[in-house]
Ligand binder design. Structure first.
Ligand SMILES: Cc1cc2nc3c(=O)[nH]c(=O)nc-3n(C[C@H](O)[C@H](O)[C@H](O)COP(=O)(O)OP(=O)(O)OC[C@H]3O[C@@H](n4cnc5c(N)ncnc54)[C@H](O)[C@@H]3O)c2cc1C
Length: 258
């Protein structure tokens, strides 16, 4: 299988750096082909702007999605974006690995998503009608591919528990797992989270590494998070609200998991 690991940490000797090196070796040892997008090492340009197209449409102002669509459809995207899109289309599985910074991914990785996820590739895909609202949330160009987050946090596991002060980890990661990954079609596996990283020493590093190794061994067999399909009848179209008879007691993020 082919695995793309998109990695965002500025320090190779960090915990994340060690886990990334371990993950690559483990996957390769199992016979998989791995490509790594090491965003800091690549000096990835994080900000989406008019320079993302090699030939801008003539207009007075810059319209990000319109420009993205035009560049994607006409082969006018900048080379760094095209390279990452090719890796995405090549991969059977994509791993995003990062330290949790301010309850989300580091800006450089967010910028990778913003720039690589072009209109026509990750959004703006498919027809809109009374029965379908584009190909997204369960459909899309990345359908059939798996994705998983590998995340480290300073906070303790209890801080991210159901009644923890930071909010449940499933909620914190929902915009990434449901929005960034499920939206364009990935099957999203439960995340691998390392909590309370300041307490990591040689002994518990070995345990973390072994647990990650097991998750990588199971990458092809782990059941994805059962997010609800948008066009499968669970949602009213075009309102895109969940049918009243489905999980009527649930609201918020949890309502979108079967
Ligand atoms: C801007 C910013 C925002 C943040 N926001 C949040 C937030 O919203 N929520 C939150 O919970 N946390 C937050 N944090 C904390 C952050 O998530 C952690 O600092 C990060 O996850 C730690 O990962 P690291 O790779 O940088 O670890 P490192 O600091 O590199 O390492 C952590 C520990 O692991 C040890 N270690 C590293 N490699 C090995 C190895 N090979 N063998 C044995 N031990 C090893 C180190 O000695 C160290 O003790 C934030 C931090 C920053 C800088």
């Amino acid at each position: 299988m082919k695995v793309l690991l998109v990695y965002a940490h500025p320090e190779p000797k960090s915990l994340n750096g060690s886990l990334k090196d371990f993950a690559v070796k483990r996957l390769q040892g199992a016979g998989h082909v791995v490509q790594v997008s090491d965003l800091y090492a690549m000096q990835w340009k994080a900000s989406l702007d008019a320079h993302d197209s090699i030939e801008r449409q003539a207009s007075e102002r810059f319209y990000p999605s319109r420009e993205s669509k035009h560049a994607f459809e006409n082969g006018l995207q900048s080379a760094d974006i095209v390279r990452e899109q090719e890796k995405l289309m090549w991969a059977d599985a994509v791993i995003l690995q990062f330290p949790l910074w301010w309850f989300s991914m580091p800006a450089i990785l967010k910028g990778w998503v913003e720039r690589v996820y072009a209109y026509g590739l990750a959004y703006g895909v498919g027809e809109h009608s009374d029965a379908r609202w584009g190909e997204r949330y369960g459909e899309g160009k990345f359908a059939g591919k798996r994705a998983m987050l590998v995340v480290t946090t300073g906070g303790w596991e209890s801080h991210y528990s159901a009644r923890g002060i930071n909010g449940p980890m499933d909620d914190v990661l929902f915009p990434i797992q449901h929005g960034v990954l499920y939206y364009p079609g990935f099957d999203v596996l439960p995340p691998f989270v390392v909590y309370r990283t300041s307490r990591i020493d040689e002994a518990n590093y070995a345990a973390v590494r072994d647990a990650l190794g097991k998750r990588l061994d199971d990458l092809w067999t782990t059941q994805p998070i059962p997010f609800r399909q948008q066009n499968g009848g669970a949602y009213a179209i075009p309102e895109l609200t969940l049918r009243d008879d489905l999980a009527p007691e649930r609201v918020g993020f949890a309502a979108h998991v079967e």
